[in-house]
Design a protein around this ligand. Structure first.
Ligand SMILES: Cc1cc2nc3c(=O)[nH]c(=O)nc-3n(C[C@H](O)[C@H](O)[C@H](O)COP(=O)(O)OP(=O)(O)OC[C@H]3O[C@@H](n4cnc5c(N)ncnc54)[C@H](O)[C@@H]3O)c2cc1C
Length: 508
């Protein structure tokens, strides 16, 4: 029998993607249930790097200060050949990059996830249930029925309902299975061994992340945070994977850098790095985000970042639909915008993977010659345009603009209400004089901001008026405010008008 309470949103999976989405929905007052089969924080660090865009997202979630003690700006990343020649380089992080934060950060994943989980407690509309597995789901025209099973009491399943279900349930997603559709296979699948250690004494190790592109044994070294260090070691065809996990083998593999008396083995695990994208991210009331939607080999440190971008893109759209400001069709722009975006990151990670994963000595020699001839290539942070969706379509619309400082020294986003549209103008008089501009501000419940310090920013965007979306991507840029004001955002209603979709029929 159906229970009385139907949650607006159920999130399956409280990894970094689910925890970010829960924070965003909570901040917008959305009734959200989050379940994760793990009884507590998974103490398995995987991600170690995120970029300035992700830090800007944390800023907008009100978490920059609480995260800061757990982060360190990156000291760069180097791709070295077996003779130590620098082939590719990501420079050490600029202290203040285009996003208003360092360009790249290193962190310990449990620290980050702990902070995200703690932060969810700020929001009474979000209920988190750990140690509870979603075992099956069934969609009806009005809601989704979820079967949940506590992991401690295998016998007692229960049924809960939600209008929308987001599968943040990782690579083996049951939501993806329910949505159906093949995976887009981009071709890279490779086993790697990951070893995390804690230093017991000072050891001379690189500050930067180093990708040792040695065909005999491709290896990545990461100076994480504090005394944590990470090696990722490619599994070679002759390796016995189980023997690799033996402490004696691990120390032998690390002997080039460190001795057993100098560090404690924290954990070792085998992973297969994949390059996959789900071909379908939404079916009716079911959606995917994070590793359930895409898996990125970690050579660029971008898999988790992509999941967090999903959450930022989906959060405000889902809230708008739940609150009746938009039709469910708005949610189709989530996949159309995000899929081509993440595709570019995965393509780049694959190209880097091809460089480090070269194991044929002849191919490696050709590669080395090419870099010797062409010189070191710089790896810069990617900032591609979103695919078609809720923006004017031509760049810079659809891109994430830099975050400048305002006259009072604040970062731009700190002056804007979180999770809302904002119209930034170099010419406030023309906005006030335009009835259609005022109507648009009202329709989108948008903030209007003018600040003299933004003049160079407008110049760089070649515009006098800019409409920022709640996720801070550019919706529209123009010299005339009417061009922005007349832009019809598909599927958007007047702010505050409640539509039938929350309790309505199947929203395909
Ligand atoms: C070695 C390695 C290094 C990496 N380095 C980086 C890096 O430097 N930077 C970066 O950005 N990314 C990196 N990544 C990728 C990153 O770790 C992942 O992309 C990220 O953790 C995915 O987050 P997620 O929340 O989408 O999924 P997950 O972290 O997989 O979380 C899914 C959650 O769902 C829960 N769950 C699953 N099914 C169910 C169910 N049926 N019911 C209830 N709960 C369920 C799980 O318990 C889990 O908590 C790396 C990955 C690896 C393996």
């Amino acid at each position: 029998m159906r229970q009385a309470r139907i949650h607006d949103v159920a999130i399956i999976g409280l990894g970094p993607t689910g925890a970010t989405l829960a924070n965003l929905l909570g901040a917008m007052g959305i009734d959200t249930l989050v379940v994760d089969r793990e009884p507590g924080l998974l103490n398995l660090p995987r991600a170690v790097h995120f970029d300035g865009e992700v830090m800007r997202l944390f800023q907008n979630m009100g978490l920059a200060e609480s995260l800061a003690p757990h982060l360190r700006p990156s000291s760069g990343m180097q791709y070295l050949n077996s003779q130590g020649m620098l082939m590719l380089e990501r420079k050490p992080a600029a202290v203040s990059g285009p996003q208003g934060w360092a360009t790249n950060y290193l962190f310990h994943q449990p620290d980050l996830e702990g902070t995200l989980r703690q932060a969810i407690q700020r929001f009474p509309s979000v209920c988190v249930r750990e140690g509870v597995e979603a075992v099956s789901l069934q969609t009806t025209p009005q809601w989704v029925d979820l079967q949940l099973k506590p992991i401690t009491d295998a016998g007692r399943a229960e049924s809960v309902q939600a209008r929308w279900v987001v599968g943040c349930d990782g690579a083996r997603s049951i939501v993806r299975e329910a949505i159906g559709g093949p995976m887009i296979d981009l071709g890279l699948h490779q086993d790697w061994l990951v070893v995390d250690v804690e230093l017991l004494e000072d050891v001379e190790l690189p500050q930067a992340t180093v990708q040792y592109c040695d065909p005999a044994r491709p290896t990545t070294f990461v100076n994480v945070t504090g005394r944590r260090r990470r090696w990722e070691i490619m599994v070679m065809p002759d390796d016995d994977p189980h023997a690799l996990l033996e402490p004696t083998t691990l120390w032998q593999l690390l002997s080039r850098w460190i001795r057993p008396t100098q560090a404690r083995l924290v954990r070792s695990a085998l992973y297969t790095f994949h390059s996959l994208i789900a071909s379908r991210w939404r079916r009716g009331r079911l959606l995917l985000a994070g590793d359930s939607a895409h898996q990125t080999p970690p050579f660029l440190g971008q898999g988790m970042c992509a999941g967090l971008r999903d959450a930022a893109n989906l959060g405000w759209k889902l809230a708008a639909v739940v609150q009746g400001h938009a039709d469910p069709q708005l949610l189709d722009s989530y996949e159309s915008e995000r899929l081509p975006h993440v595709h570019q990151f995965i393509d780049t990670a694959i190209r880097l993977g091809e460089i480090i994963q070269t194991t044929d000595p002849d191919v490696a020699a050709e590669r080395d010659l090419r870099f010797a001839r062409e010189g070191t290539t710089e790896i810069v942070n990617l900032s591609p345009s979103l695919g078609p969706g809720v923006h004017l379509g031509t760049a810079p619309a659809g891109t994430l603009p830099p975050q400048p400082r305002l006259s009072d020294g604040r970062r731009l986003d700190d002056a804007l209400p979180a999770n809302r549209f904002a119209l930034l103008t170099a010419d406030p008089a023309s906005v006030q004089a335009s009835p259609v501009a005022r109507q648009t501000l009202e329709r989108l419940d948008a903030t209007l901001l003018h600040d003299d310090a933004l003049a160079p920013w407008f110049e760089s965007l070649d515009a006098r008026h800019v409409l920022l979306r709640p996720d801070r991507y550019l919706a529209a840029v123009s010299d005339t405010v009417t061009a922005i004001a007349n832009w019809p955002i598909d599927h958007w209603h007047v702010a505050g008008t409640s539509q039938a979709n929350s309790s309505g029929q199947t929203p395909d």
